[in-house]
Design a protein around this ligand. Structure first.
Ligand code: ADP
Ligand code: PRP
Length: 181
């Protein structure tokens, strides 16, 4: 059976990368997708492929991405190789922008949106502690935190990541892999 693409979205600092990494470790059936980003590779955080703006544009022209978008002054791309992994039945977690969810749903059968939430005060604390962005960049990211999900998504899992990580992981696992009685 074809694997499911699971797009993880939510405001900056909500814990997308942390949750994805921990979830993949916990569930052997789940793989992670390495994004291509116009960001220096030593920026820390997720494992990604850092490229120049010119290289990114060339990859776009070559149709190397199945999804791509711009945010925070950066460009992000999802390599088309994920299609092969899904075809052999792997479920994949991918960190997406809310702006490409409808497109992802159209392109990938069974597409699932995993929407993480947390109060703004929690986001602010976590972004400051993460230390990847300046105070000014954090303000801009927080301003984006109120953006809603687009209409028309067929399968959305809403999960709060405001408490212990373990609790978040259990809630997600229960929804992605319900145990049949
Ligand atoms: N449930 C949690 N409890 C406490 N800290 C968390 C939790 N989830 C994530 N964090 C921390 O919050 C910060 C932001 O997480 P990150 O995964 O980088 O978020 P995002 O990718 O959504 O911006 C990180 O320092 C991470 O360790
Ligand atoms: O359109 P939005 O849904 O607001 O998302 C915009 C961007 O924010 C996140 O990027 P990134 O992972 O680089 O930043 P973050 O870790 O601070 O969320 C997400 O992966 C998108 O690329």
């Amino acid at each position: 059976m074809t694997g499911r693409l699971i797009g993880v979205v939510g405001p900056s600092g909500v814990g997308k990368d942390t949750v994805m990494t921990a979830l993949a470790e916990r569930c052997p059936a789940l793989g992670l997708v390495r994004r291509v980003i116009t960001r220096p590779e030593d920026a820390g955080g997720e494992v990604f492929e850092g490229v120049t703006a010119d290289r990114f544009e060339a990859l776009c022209q070559d149709e190397a991405f199945c999804l791509h978008w711009a945010a925070h002054g950066l460009r992000y791309g999802i390599p088309r190789e994920i299609e092969g992994r899904l075809a052999v039945g792997e479920d994949l977690l991918v960190n997406l922008s809310r702006s490409v969810l409808r497109q992802a749903q159209t392109r990938f059968a069974g597409f699932v949106t995993l929407h993480l939430t947390a109060p703004r005060s929690v986001l602010a604390e976590r972004l400051a502690a993460r230390g990847r962005e300046s105070a000014q960049q954090i303000e801009v990211r927080l301003a984006r935190s109120e953006f809603a999900l687009p209409d028309g998504l067929e399968r959305v899992i809403d999960v709060a990541n405001a408490g212990p990580l373990e609790q978040t992981l259990e809630m997600i696992e229960d929804q992605l892999y319900p145990v049949k009685a």
